[in-house]
Ligand binder design. Structure first.
Ligand SMILES: C[S@@+](CC[C@H](N)C(=O)[O-])C[C@H]1O[C@@H](n2cnc3c(N)ncnc32)[C@H](O)[C@@H]1O
Length: 433
């Protein structure tokens, strides 16, 4: 496909996403199925254009002075990809499968739209849903701080890896992946970073020898830092209560040097199923996976009943809106609704109450979200502490990389793309009397 034909395809997919309010992956998959001539490089390039549009959805159409897929794509090419009018006009040539040429109005918007954008409301300039504006202001203080955070959150994310120290040293993985431009990430000692490729297409790692041999896992540096702040130790009984596919479980097993007792469970047994292969590859043998029968319900049988009140540390990597991961998943920001946030806030109290019952006197809960919203972070912790007076805020574990995030109440920490160059993570520790 020509570059212009890829642009036309991206306009088509964006129009589908807008008209039918569909998730981007579904719209992209359907486009691929009905255009089988498109090769894998074409499909990846189209996906990258669509994701860049979703990053800049509001600002791109505001600058262009009109809504719709075509305006969003044109505005995105200027805003996100830094193209000038001539470069964009060359793509919109009207020749072959390229989209029709730019109108006089579109050329005018390309020349003058940026001035207009400077006067746009905060949520347009920051490309986020208007209704979360008050929460972001509460979390970050003022408009300039919110915009700095949201601009960083709209950018493309690098791919981060966690070196599995049970099997390899960072130097070995750095050498194996030097051809991809791998470097050490700035904070977590076992974090390696691959730069985002210029057109946004990620490299496949599954075929790499180091991946197959379990030398590394893909894990954002912020997620690695959050696990390290838990301070899990080899002599402890640790529960990973929301283990999902096991990203944090594997990090905890490495911190515990494959010793002690590490129990992993989740409300949803299907989500846990991916953990088994990952555990095999990583060589983490200290992990006991406890799958619930069906979906765990509050008041239902507790698969961890035998360790109730015994854990030194319960890690709660809580279900949340995922607002901190919008760099990787810009589609999600336009799909978030107030009702969705309210549901997650309820889930967080349920899971924290469950964690409380598993923690021994003198033990700790470490509460983590990948959210930037105070409702799911400080405010969720405050609510839990009110209903569980036996818990009090406790310091996070000391680390070699200090506390580069935003300080939060009670010694908690908020990591963000603007502050730490990671996904957004919140981490708080709560000690049981
Ligand atoms: C953020 S994800 C976990 C990601 C995982 N820890 C990782 O690092 O890859 C949150 C998980 O919490 C689980 N969850 C939701 N409510 C729960 C509950 N009451 N008890 C345990 N897990 C729960 C969800 O099924 C989901 O897998």
């Amino acid at each position: 496909m020509t570059p212009g034909a890829r642009i036309a395809a991206a306009i088509e997919v964006m129009a589908d996403i807008e008209a039918r309010r569909r998730p981007a992956p579904d719209a992209l998959r359907d486009w691929g199925l009905s255009h089988r001539f498109a090769g894998s490089k074409d499909r990846a390039a189209i996906a990258s254009l669509v994701y860049d549009c979703l990053r800049r959805r509001l600002s791109a159409s505001f600058a262009m002075g009109e809504e719709g897929a075509r305006a969003t794509v044109i505005g995105m090419l200027a805003l996100e990809r830094g193209m000038n009018s001539e470069q964009i006009a060359a793509l919109f040539s009207g020749a072959g499968y390229a989209p029709p040429p730019l109108s006089a109005q579109e050329l005018d918007s390309l020349a003058n739209g940026w001035e207009r954008l400077g006067k746009a409301p905060m949520h347009v300039r920051g490309d986020f849903p208007e209704w979360i504006g008050p929460s972001l202001l509460r979390g970050f203080g003022d408009e300039a701080a919110v915009l700095a955070e949201m601009h960083a959150l709209a950018s493309r994310a690098p791919v981060d890896l966690r070196v599995n120290t049970l099997k390899a040293e960072p130097a070995k993985v750095l050498e194996a992946l030097s051809w991809m431009g791998a470097t050490l990430a700035p904070h977590a000692p076992a974090a390696i970073r691959l730069p985002p490729p210029p057109d946004g297409r990620g490299q496949s790692l599954q075929g790499e020898e180091g991946f197959v041999r379990g030398w590394f896992e893909v894990q954002d540096e912020g997620s690695q830092m959050a696990a390290l702040y838990s301070g899990a130790r080899p002599d402890q009984t640790v529960i990973d209560l929301c283990a999902g596919a096991g990203g944090k479980t594997l990090a905890l097993a490495a911190m515990m040097q494959n010793q002690g007792r590490l129990l992993a469970t989740d409300v949803d047994g299907r989500r846990l199923s991916a953990i088994y292969d990952r555990l095999d590859r990583s060589g983490a043998t200290c992990v006991e996976v406890r799958s619930p029968r069906g979906r765990w319900q509050p008041g239902g049988p507790e698969p961890l009943e035998d360790v109730a009140g015994q854990a030194d540390l319960v890690l709660v990597d809580a279900p949340c809106t995922g607002t901190g991961t919008w760099r990787r998943n810009p589609d999600a920001k336009w799909r978030l609704r107030p009702g969705g946030l309210a549901e997650r806030v309820k889930d967080q109290q349920v899971v924290l109450a469950r964690a409380a019952g598993l923690t021994r006197p003198g033990g700790r809960i470490v509460y983590i979200t990948c959210s930037l919203l105070p409702e799911e972070n400080d405010e969720a912790v405050a609510r839990f502490l009110q209903s569980h007076p036996e818990f009090t805020p406790a310091p996070l574990a000391e680390t070699s990389f200090g506390r580069p995030g935003h300080e939060r109440s009670g010694g908690a920490l908020q990591l963000t793309p603007a502050r730490t160059g990671t996904d957004g993570f919140y981490v708080a520790a709560l000690a049981r009397a």
